[in-house]
Design a protein around this ligand. Structure first.
Ligand code: SAH
Ligand code: F3S
Length: 491
């Protein structure tokens, strides 16, 4: 096993800010040609790159982490905010320089959401680009690569009606051998007015439960200890034999009777691998049911953590965003979650400066945060995306300076609650799954507790993949610092 990669892990749960190229790959010397892949954006993009690696391996392409020696370079892109696209454009400039100076025969493919959004424009605007493939087109990559081999530009941005990749076993790229992502739904039907995802990832469809459970069993057999079920909106998962979620109403009576929803799926996975930790992301509050919360409460191996993006604390703004709940309904959901699972951690996404947001709306956002006291969160300034409802019908009327000021107020307030929440653990003992070496010290392990809080502690004789009980002695806003007191009963 040759380790050929470095890991750039800026990953977060939920809308992950991922920048990733990498991992060790067995026998890469046996492949005829080499490809390089870099991923940006959410966890699903990560997982998609693993699917791409699997498809490319079958085509005789081995992975490399060196641009200079790659025959083919893929960048799996994000389009969620303008900044994400700017980052990719900068990377394309870098590839251009490498091609010019060191690797003239190198070909470049753009994958993912930016490919889907810009389509042929990418080929026109960025001369370095030879291939464009949207998120549902990866099975077509072998054909697209043959086209560019023949000297033509290649493009496939067709979106699918089915969960496209259920039968592909992803090559785990960034793997620590302990935690893995498993995609369960693709696309999104929610049409939040600010969001580009429904345009880039298409309509919502779910993957067959058997295929999901098979992948989870396979990961368990390979020694994985934790999986995260992924989707833009996991609580909306619905399997009735295939097809788009919106066509469920046309399903037969038998299909409807046998349909599997997210609570059912969660239970199936929890029972199939009772020793495996199960996480999921992301939950749109409007689609989260008490059945899901009850299933979480019932199974110890389902982690006590929910990422519950809210975007704004103002009912007026929630409505303008086409979020299908009010702040009062959101509070009710959180109260119910905390009643059923008192120690459940809750995180959020928040956006400042959406069209029409006044100081009063912003104050409502701060007030919502004061009430909920989230464990942590991801906060963004609104970035208008071409083609969305908001871009077409609303004015991006909050000045950039104001968006940024509100954002810093939101971030500052959250830091207070993050600290408040990590401090609650000091003096307690928590179960941690060891994932990797701590970034700060090679003498320490790092892992997470069930609530998704990061924990670091001296290595002693423990190893990656162990479940250990750690007594928490100290904390920062984002990290718990402790000392292991033995293996946990799950080990
Ligand atoms: N359901 C998805 C949400 C994807 S977008 C998920 O699985 O996470 C992730 C977050 O990015 C959103 O919750 C929102 O807070 C933020 N976001 C989406 N569109 C945005 C935009 N146009 N400008 C700024 N932030 C945005
Ligand atoms: Fe985007 Fe709303 Fe779906 S944020 S991904 S349209 S739930």
């Amino acid at each position: 096993m040759k380790s050929i990669f470095k890991i750039h892990d800026e990953r977060r749960q939920g809308e992950a800010l991922v920048k990733e190229k990498t991992k060790s790959v067995e026998n890469s010397a046996n492949f005829d040609r080499k490809f390089y892949i870099e991923s940006y954006g959410c966890a699903m993009n990560f997982n998609d790159s693993e699917i791409v690696a699997s498809i490319m391996a079958k085509e005789g392409f081995g992975l490399t982490d060196k641009l200079e020696e790659a025959d083919l370079v893929f960048v799996n892109t994000c389009a969620i905010r303008e900044k994400a696209e700017d980052t990719v454009r900068k990377r394309l400039e870098k590839y251009n320089a490498v091609k010019r100076e060191k690797n003239p025969s190198m070909k470049v493919g753009v994958l993912g959401c930016m490919a889907e959004r810009l389509k042929t424009k990418l080929l026109e605007e960025e001369h370095i680009v030879d291939l464009v493939a949207g998120p549902d087109a990866y099975k077509d990559l072998p054909n697209l690569v043959r086209e560019i081999d023949d000297g033509r530009d290649a493009i496939n941005v067709i979106l699918s009606k089915d969960e496209t990749y259920g039968d592909i076993s992803p090559v785990r790229l960034q793997s620590n051998g302990v935690t893995a992502f498993v995609s369960i739904t693709r696309g999104c039907d929610n049409m939040c007015t600010f969001c580009v995802v429904p345009f880039t990832r298409g309509r919502e469809r779910s993957r067959a439960p058997e295929s999901i459970v098979r992948e989870v069993n396979d990961l368990a057999a390979k020694g994985y200890k934790e999986i995260t079920l992924l989707g833009q909106n996991v609580d909306s998962y619905l399997w009735y034999g295939g097809g788009l979620k919106k066509d469920f109403k046309k399903a037969t009576a038998e299909q409807k009777a046998n349909a599997v929803n997210f609570a059912d799926l969660l239970e199936m996975v929890a029972i199939a691998q009772p020793k495996m930790r199960i996480r999921f992301s992301t939950s749109n509050p409007q689609d989260m049911t008490m059945d899901v919360v009850d299933t979480m409460a019932k199974h110890e191996n389902i982690c006590k953590y929910i990422h519950l993006p809210v975007q704004s604390g103002s009912n007026k703004i929630l409505k303008a965003m086409n979020r299908q709940h009010t702040r009062e309904e959101y509070f009710e959901l959180i109260d119910n979650i905390r009643k059923r699972i008192p120690d459940c951690a809750i995180s959020f996404d928040m956006m400042t400066g959406f069209s029409g947001e006044t100081e009063e709306d912003h104050e409502q956002t701060l007030d919502l945060m004061r009430r909920v006291k989230y464990d942590f969160g991801y906060m963004f300034a609104y970035s208008e995306r071409p083609g969305t409802q908001a871009a077409r019908k609303m004015k991006d009327d909050v000045p950039e300076k104001v968006k940024k000021r509100r954002l810093s107020e939101v971030i500052e307030l959250q830091q207070k609650y993050s600290k408040y929440n990590t401090e609650k653990y000091v003096g307690k003992t928590v179960e941690v799954l060891i994932e990797k070496e701590s970034k700060k010290s090679d003498q320490e392990w790092s892992g997470r507790n069930t609530q998704n809080a990061m924990v670091v502690f001296p290595k002693e004789n423990y190893k990656v993949g162990d479940f250990v009980n750690v007594e928490i002695l100290d904390c920062t806003t984002a990290t718990l610092i402790g000392k292991a007191v033995g293996y946990s009963k799950n080990n």
